[in-house]
Design a protein around this ligand. Sequence first.
Ligand code: HEM
Length: 414
Amino acid sequence: SETSMPKEEGLDHSLAFLREGYEFILHRRKSFQSNIFETTLLGKKAICIGGRKGAELFYDPDKFIRAGAAPNRLVKTLFGEGAVQTLDGERHRNRKGMFMSIMTRTQLQKLDQLIQREWEKASKQWEQADQINLYEESQYILMRAACAWAGVPLDDEQKRTEQMRHLFESPAALGPDYWQGRTSRSGADQWIADLVQQVRNGELHPVREGALYVFSWHRDSDGELLPEKVAAVEVLNIIRPIVAISIFIAFSALALHQFPQEKGRLQKGDGSIHRFVQEVRRFYPFFPAAIAKVKEDFHWEGYRFQEGMLTLLDIYGNNHDPHLWEQPDLFQPDRFLDWDESPFDFIPQGGGDFHMGHRCAGEWVTIQVMEVSVDFLVNRLQYKVPNQDLSYSHTSMPTMPKSQMILTDIQKVI
Ligand code: HEM
């Protein structure tokens, strides 16, 4: 038997989405007392789902596809055209395999060392400075390490780092900031596409384990090399999000400041940096939702899913769902002591399986880079956090502390 979905009346709720931001889906899940409801976004009917079972459904590749699901402005800035995010079926599995092939233990250790080295170098300079902006400074650290790891020669550090920032700051921006993102996307694509061409011509010999080399020579499911521009987009799918970890680094510094008892525990060694990092990824908003389309008609729990319907998975909401977390709005790293490791409740970087689905290819990278960085902030640096606006919006995407974390009186601890 078919039940009708709770439905939000009214013409279009895009404005409410912008106003309520990260909490849009969770608010409605609470008021409908339902993990599934229908609404209208950007002029189209859309299903919103959450909860553990909702996430499990969303990551069933027989039920949902990604082609044509993401809004165009996301593809034209954040993802890039032809990216793994937009692929389905065998083409997706092949491309995702390419990403996962560089995520080996040895490669992750290499990145770990590069990140540590860059923190060391940068922090020496900071001792001479009156103040630093941690969000910006960490982007240079991450950019240098990411390019070295990927085998990409960094021609103009400032220009390229800013391009990466525009790619993840612009997707939801208005006017000139959005167009800046588009310009940076074409500039960055061209930069890397030229390098791919040089690798293929034998003019450039990057490290063989890095993304530039591996992606330049990868063959897709038809046995063909990727078009230069697509290979470039995928190399940028490694470099750009590593630079975006700066957002989580700023939030980590905020958490250390706002929850000094947790910082104290980490300094004394009776807290765990891993659990702290997990809690930062759960607690602070980053991606609001993942988006897909119904592959073909099906029924689930009595509800009808119609082919082509947009479906949003409540990423932020699952991380703050009171049915999944005790007191979700408290910052408590120790909640991860007895977390059951379900791939469907804690989903800051998507859920499900890495290889078969669209779960973030860089989740291990993110955790590791954050752990190295938090360890550095806690055990290798002394600094003060002067008065500044540390509030963060729950509607701008991406969001971060307004002041971007200004630090003063920086001293390195040997
Ligand atoms: C996909 C979040 C860092 C590479 C995703 C998705 C989310 C996400 C929500 C989409 C999941 C879905 O559509 O179902 C994040 C966050 C990060 C981060 C919050 C923190 C900065 C990284 C890093 C890398 C990376 C460091 C690479 C080293 C990717 C790729 C995909 C992806 C390639 C597409 C996977 C696919 O479509 O199969 N990420 N990510 N991300 N992420 Fe991340």
